[in-house]
Design a protein. Structure first.
Length: 91
């Protein structure tokens, strides 16, 4: 497993070589590229792990929760009381 941000597919976007998905990340919709996983198919509700704007892993809810727990442990995840907050990296 790589270090990345979990998100849930809202829908695939037309065009762009079928490589863009709209993904809900911490309450915000983001366009991400799925082209690094050409063997995978993506549907609404699928969970993914995102790194640098690219989907690097297709996962399930448990995998997404584990990724978020790892981010929180490192101090980079949103606080439990703020589920819509975008993760901030501490330096």
């Amino acid at each position: 497993m790589c270090l990345g941000i979990p998100g849930q597919v809202v829908r695939m976007l037309e065009g762009y070589g079928d490589q863009l998905a709209l993904v809900n990340v911490a309450g915000e919709n983001r366009k991400v590229n799925v082209g690094m996983l050409p063997e995978e198919t993506f549907d609404t509700g699928d969970w993914v792990i995102i790194h640098m704007g690219f989907v690097v892993e297709k996962t399930d809810k448990a995998g997404a929760d584990a990724a978020l727990a790892g981010l929180k442990m490192m101090g980079s995840g949103p606080e439990i009381g703020n589920p819509g907050e975008i993760p901030k990296v501490s330096r």
